[in-house]
Design a protein around this ligand. Structure first.
Ligand code: ATP
Length: 308
C-alpha cells in the first residue's frame, strides 16, 4: 500500500522526507511495521537511518510526509505516542558514579513508577547480578543493556534502538541479540532496530527495510529478501565474447567477469549449455554459485544506480 497511510500497521510513514539545506537525507520513505515484528532497519553509514529514527521519536521535524504510530498521527498526538515508546539513540546516557540500580532509580522517580519496575527490567536485560556495581565499571555491553533497561522501564509497546550493537565485541552483540529476540515473544513488544550490518540482525529480524542514500530500496520479510537470492551461473568457454553474443540473442542477461560468463536467475543450466554448444563453442565449466543474504544486501547498498 505504498503512498497511503492505512490502518493495520503499528508504525507507518507516508513519504517521509527530511531535507538539510537542499540535500535529501531521507526521501519519500514508506515504512510499514507490523505489531510484534522485529524490524531491522539496515543501511550503510550515512544512509539516513538516524535521521529517520529521530523523526519517528519527534526529535526532528520532517520536511514532508506523515508518521502514524499506534494508529495516531504524530503531529497531533506526539505526547500520547511517545509515552508508549522506549528508545536508545546513540550512546545511552547514565551516571558513571552511580550503580546500575541507582541509575534506574533516578529515571523511575522521574516517571513516577513503582520500584517493582526496576527489578523487572534488570531481569529482562540480565543485569540483576551487577545491579549494585558502579556503572563506570560496566563493560560496554553492560552499559548498552542498562540503556535498554532504562528504555524499558515504562513498559513501552514499541522499542526503537539505533545501532545498539555499535562498538560491541561478538559476545556483547550476542547478548543484545538474545535480549531483543525475547521482547516480542515474552512481552508482546514491537522492536525497530537499526544496523549497518545485516549479519548482525538477520537471525533476529522478522522484517527488514533497506535504506541507501535516503531511499528505501527494499521492505519485507527475511523470507522475501531471501527469495531475491537467485544463484549465479558461471560459465567458462573458449570464446567468451562470442558466447556472450549468443546468450544475449536468446534474451539471457549475461556479463563477463574475469573471462567467465555470469548470468543471474537462470537456473536452466542445461538449456544455456545446449545453446552454447549448438552455436559451435565449447563449455569447459558450468557451475551454480549460491549467494548469501549478505551478498544481496551489499548489492542493494553498493554504489549501483540501477537499484535506486
Ligand atoms: P550512520 O550509521 O553513519 O549514523 P545513518 O544511516 O544513521 O548513518 P544519518 O545520520 O541519518 O545516516 O545521515 C544521513 C545523511 O544526512 C548524512 O549524509 C548526514 O551527513 C546528513 N545529516 C544528518 N544530520 C544532519 C544535520 N543535522 N545537518 C545536515 N546534514 C545532516
Amino acid at each position: 500500500m505504498k503512498g497511503s497511510v492505512t490502518l493495520g500497521f503499528l508504525l507507518e510513514t507516508n513519504n517521509l522526507t527530511k531535507e538539510f539545506k537542499g540535500y535529501k537525507a531521507v526521501q519519500n520513505v514508506n515504512l510499514q511495521i507490523e505489531e510484534g515484528a522485529v524490524y531491522g532497519f539496515l543501511g550503510p553509514n550515512g544512509a539516513g537511518k538516524t535521521t529517520t529514527i529521530r523523526m519517528l521519536l519527534g526529535l526532528m521535524r520532517p520536511t514532508e510526509g506523515e508518521i502514524k504510530i499506534f494508529g495516531k498521527d504524530m503531529k497531533k498526538n506526539k505526547i500520547d505516542i511517545l509515552k508508549k515508546i522506549g528508545s536508545l539513540v546513540e550512546s545511552p546516557s547514565y551516571y558513571g558514579h552511580l550503580t546500575g540500580y541507582e541509575n534506574l532509580e533516578v529515571t523511575r522517580k522521574l516517571l513516577g513508577l513503582s520500584k517493582s519496575h526496576i527489578v523487572r527490567v534488570l531481569k529482562i536485560v540480565k543485569l540483576d547480578d551487577v545491579a549494585h556495581r558502579l556503572v563506570k565499571k560496566y563493560s560496554l555491553g553492560m552499559k548498552q543493556r542498562l540503556g535498554i533497561a532504562l528504555a524499558l522501564l515504562h513498559r513501552p509497546a514499541l522499542l526503537i534502538l539505533d545501532e545498539p550493537t555499535n562498538g560491541l565485541d561478538p559476545s556483547g552483540i550476542h547478548e543484545i541479540r538474545e535480549l531483543i529476540q525475547r521482547l516480542p515473544k515474552e512481552f508482546g513488544m514491537t522492536v525497530l532496530i537499526s544496523s549497518h550490518n545485516l549479519s548482525e540482525i538477520e537471525l533476529i529480524a522478522t522484517h527488514v527495510g533497506i535504506i541507501r542514500k535516503g531511499k528505501l530500496l527494499f521492505q519485507g520479510t527475511i523470507g522475501e529478501l531471501q527469495a531475491r537470492n537467485q544463484p549465479i551461473l558461471k560459465i567458462e568457454t573458449n570464446y567468451p565474447e562470442k558466447v556472450l553474443e549468443v546468450l544475449n540473442s536468446e534474451n539471457i542477461a549475461a556479463y563477463l567477469v574475469e573471462n567467465m560468463i555470469e548470468t543471474k536467475g537462470h537456473e536452466n543450466a542445461a538449456f544455456i549449455n545446449k545453446k552454447i554448444v549448438e552455436a559451435g563453442y565449447d563449455v569447459s565449466q558450468l557451475c551454480l554459485h549460491p549467494r548469501s543474504l549478505e551478498d544481496i544486501f551489499l548489492e542493494l547498498t553498493e554504489e549501483k544506480e540501477t537499484y535506486s
